[in-house]
Design a protein around this ligand. Structure first.
Ligand SMILES: [Zn+2]
Length: 207
């Protein structure tokens, strides 16, 4: 499996600041625990890198709370592990965040998805070779030539949402990001449940 999480490809501007409200962190942790239990978010011992991240809209357009970098190994998280992304410039690959921890290096991907539609209020990004292999080109799938966290990826999500099934299915396979899938929802529960249900169902045989 190839991971990109250990490498921050974009410029991150982090201002230390207060953590999110306890209720926000508790809801993020509640769903993250289930994702962690299934190995969809976690830490890869072989590659020594964390993977997967979760975010929820923060009220203001373009702002969201996201799990911090270097938190993949944690089974349980609290307020100190989440940060507010205050703005993102997809074209220059720059993320501004404010909180107790620096944002996940995949915050740009989350930002790109929130921009697709105001109804998207939560984003879950997981890694699973099994799901990636079984769902690729079955569920909405991004162009394999497009890497994550790029302006082109933002366009890919928009294409799948407007012209594909992403709005209905709520899950996309990132073909250019091995093992990577994202799920979206109007709530954190909806986004998390979509990918949890996919992971829990028996894997169909692939011809
Ligand atoms: Zn990833």
């Amino acid at each position: 499996m190839t991971y990109d999480e250990g490498y921050i490809k974009y410029e991150s501007v982090w201002a230390p600041g207060p953590p999110p409200a306890a209720a926000v962190a508790e809801e993020l942790d509640r769903w993250r625990r289930e994702l962690f239990a299934l190995g969809l978010i976690g830490y890869d011992d072989e590659h020594e890198v964390g993977y997967g991240n979760i975010s929820v809209h923060a009220g203001q357009p373009g702002q969201f709370f996201i799990s911090g970098t270097q938190t993949g190994h944690l089974e349980v998280t609290d307020r100190s592990h989440y940060t507010l992304v205050t703005s993102c410039d997809i074209e220059t690959n720059r993320v501004h965040c404010c909180g107790p921890v620096e944002a996940s290096s995949e915050a740009m991907t989350h930002a790109a998805i929130y921009r697709v539609n105001l109804g998207i209020r939560a984003v879950v990004h997981v890694h699973s070779d099994e799901l990636w292999n079984s769902a690729r080109d079955v569920l909405p799938t991004t162009d394999p030539a497009v890497a994550y966290g790029t302006p082109a990826m933002a366009g890919e999500f928009r294409r799948l949402y407007i012209h594909g099934d992403l709005a209905n299915v709520g899950i996309a396979v990132m073909a250019g990001h091995p093992g990577g899938l994202i799920s979206i929802g109007g709530t954190l529960e909806q986004a998390a449940t979509r990918i949890l249900n996919l992971a829990r169902r028996p894997t169909p045989a692939r011809d």
